[in-house]
Design a protein around this ligand. Structure first.
Ligand code: ZN
Length: 435
């Protein structure tokens, strides 16, 4: 068992449509031509990076992992704290399952692994720019604070020296791929998780099939090559399964709309003239193309009815950016999404939701935030281009192709490959693509 290796590369926001071009590149083509593939994988709702990555390593939807958005509920104007820590995932992960079985694990900037030392032997925690602000000259201490493993600090230090400030793509991706490759060379962990985000960043800035996306795919191909070279250098190519997957697609949007403005004007939110919230009866936390509506008194039926009526009317008028309003019960039933919100708003696919509470309510896209960028996500998983899954190595049936899959099956498939037991998965291993 200890001679099995699995490297999982999550290429953020890669979609099936990208593979036509990717197949012309040396490393993507090596995986496409020698491995198995699921062309279109249904992701979870909301289709947001941190919730989906929690589901990829647990096989459970957001209602079970507890990671329902990228950010925690935060009504202040300051940047919201993200779900970052491994212990914020409420159920068993493939990292824990591997550790229980005596395997070694590594994660390089995989979302929600901060302070994850209990389950990650070689950890480069994913740290967002808001945590690095003002500490750009001392990022190593930030990495230590978030749980970077001491024995790989020299690797992280060298990566920082090479690639500098760490939030911008592709420097951040170069950084994490370097770290992962060096960890593979030095320690040959049984499970390695890596998460390059340049394709996602290019889509956000230039649109779903915008001008920068091809460049991002080319760079990603080079990083796949670097990771494959590390596997070869480590002498574990014959025992390594190499997976390339993605978390979600994106949809092109054309405007930013702030539905909290309308709730404030109807008296559900009280704020000062600067837009600082004093208190609220109902507040919408934006997740890009989705929004979670929180009530201050969730058990107050009268409040529930009046907010539902206002949101439903806004949706029916079709000018407020809202395609539909789900109740908490509806998203639980349909998507396994649950939390302490009362409603979920789905964007009309034309508008990204902003969080502001004072006018202007409608603004042009500014790319200042993933929620108001040209390409956007968070939407219902049925919509738009879909993420693929590819696997190459001793466990995968070469040439096996499935048209469709479900992202909740990824973690059980990893568990099957590693021969470990995953406790809380809702999905099941996809045996059709395995030997
Ligand atoms: Zn993502």
């Amino acid at each position: 068992m200890e001679n099995k290796h699995l490297v999982v590369v999550s290429v953020d926001a890669l979609v099936y449509e990208d593979l036509e071009y990717a197949a012309t590149l040396p490393n993507f083509s090596r995986i496409i031509n020698n491995g198995a593939m699921i062309k279109r994988v249904r992701t979870i709702y909301p289709s947001l990076t941190h919730p989906v990555h929690a589901s990829i390593i647990t096989g459970a939807p957001a209602g079970i992992t507890g990671v329902i958005r990228n950010e925690r509920l935060h009504t202040e104007k300051s940047p919201a704290p993200w779900y970052n820590f491994l212990d914020e995932i409420n159920c068993d992960t493939i990292l824990h399952a591997a550790k229980r079985a005596g395997l070694t694990t590594a994660a390089s900037t995989w979302p929600l692994t901060a302070k994850g030392g209990e389950a990650v032997d070689y950890l480069v925690p994913g740290i967002l720019n808001i945590y690095l602000e003002g500490r750009e000259d001392d990022v190593l201490s930030v990495y230590r604070e978030y749980g970077a493993t001491e024995c790989i600090m020299d690797i992280i230090e060298e990566a920082v020296r090479r690639y500098g400030y760490l939030d911008a793509h592709p420097a951040f991706d170069e950084f994490q791929v370097y770290c992962a490759a060096e960890i593979i060379r030095r320690y040959q962990p049984n499970l390695v998780l890596v998460h390059p985000g340049y394709v996602d960043s290019a889509r956000h800035r230039t649109g779903v099939f915008g001008g920068k996306v091809k460049t991002a795919i080319e760079e990603t191909d080079r990083w796949l090559g670097e990771l494959l070279s590390a596997v070869e250098d480590a002498g574990i190519l014959d025992t390594t399964d190499f997976v390339v997957l993605s978390d979600h697609g994106q949809i092109d949007t054309v405007r930013k709309i702030c539905p909290n403005v309308f709730l404030a004007e109807k008296g559900f939110i009280r704020c000062d003239g600067e837009g600082n919230i004093k208190d609220y009866d109902a507040y919408i936390a934006s997740g890009g193309l989705t929004g979670h509506v929180y009530l201050s008194r969730p058990d107050d039926r009268e409040l529930w009815e009046s907010v539902y009526a206002v949101l439903s009317e806004m949706a029916s008028e079709q000018i407020y950016g809202i395609e539909r309003v789900f109740t908490r019960e509806e998203v639980k039933e349909r998507y396994g999404l649950d939390g302490d919100f009362s409603f979920v708003l789905e964007s009309d696919g034309y508008s990204g939701f902003g969080g502001e509470v004072i006018r202007p309510a409608v603004l042009p896209l500014d790319n200042s935030d993933y929620r108001t960028a040209h390409g956007n996500h968070g939407h219902m998983p049925e919509k738009g281009p879909q993420p693929p899954f590819m696997g190459m190595g001793p466990s995968f049936k070469r040439g096996a192709v499935l048209e469709e899959g479900n992202i909740l099956n990824h973690a059980p498939t990893f568990a099957k490959i590693l021969g470990v037991e995953l406790r809380d998965a809702v999905g099941a291993a996809v045996t059709e693509i395995l030997n």
